[in-house]
Design a protein. Structure first.
Length: 132
């Protein structure tokens, strides 16, 4: 078995593509348009399958907002330097709708450095510092 992707429903596909590419440095890997079914897809990631899992952004035509509920937790991304990544997010995310919701620092009860940001639709993204 292999982990392939996580799907997130978004209210504005281009805004979300801009956030994930310009703020988090992902690549737009491919898109799919399904006008008869009234949805559009964009797959993003740092590499495509099978090297890495991807994020699938789904825009259901005519739906510009979703209630996230309490079941979804977060997506986690490994970064070399959490503080530097947050500085870049702070610089670029305001115009694209993202925000830092937990500043860089050690996880409670441990020494792994993490931070949390949100994307334009409010999805939480954990940044985890990983050497190399």
């Amino acid at each position: 078995m292999q982990f392939l992707h996580t799907m997130l429903r978004v209210g504005n596909l281009q805004r979300s593509i801009d956030f994930y590419t310009q703020v988090l440095g992902m690549k737009l890997l491919r898109t799919t348009e399904r006008p008869a079914q009234k949805y559009s897809l964009a797959f993003l990631g740092y590499a495509g399958n099978p090297e890495q899992a991807e994020i699938e952004l789904t825009y259901n035509h005519g739906v510009d907002r979703y209630e996230l509920g309490t079941a979804f937790g977060h997506v986690a991304i490994g970064v070399a330097d959490v503080a530097a990544t947050c500085a870049a997010v702070r610089e670029r995310a305001a115009a694209l709708g993202g925000a830092i919701t937990r500043e860089p620092g050690p996880v409670q009860g441990g020494d792994t450095v993490i931070a949390f940001i949100t994307d334009p639709d409010g999805y939480k993204i954990e940044l985890i510092e990983r050497a190399g």
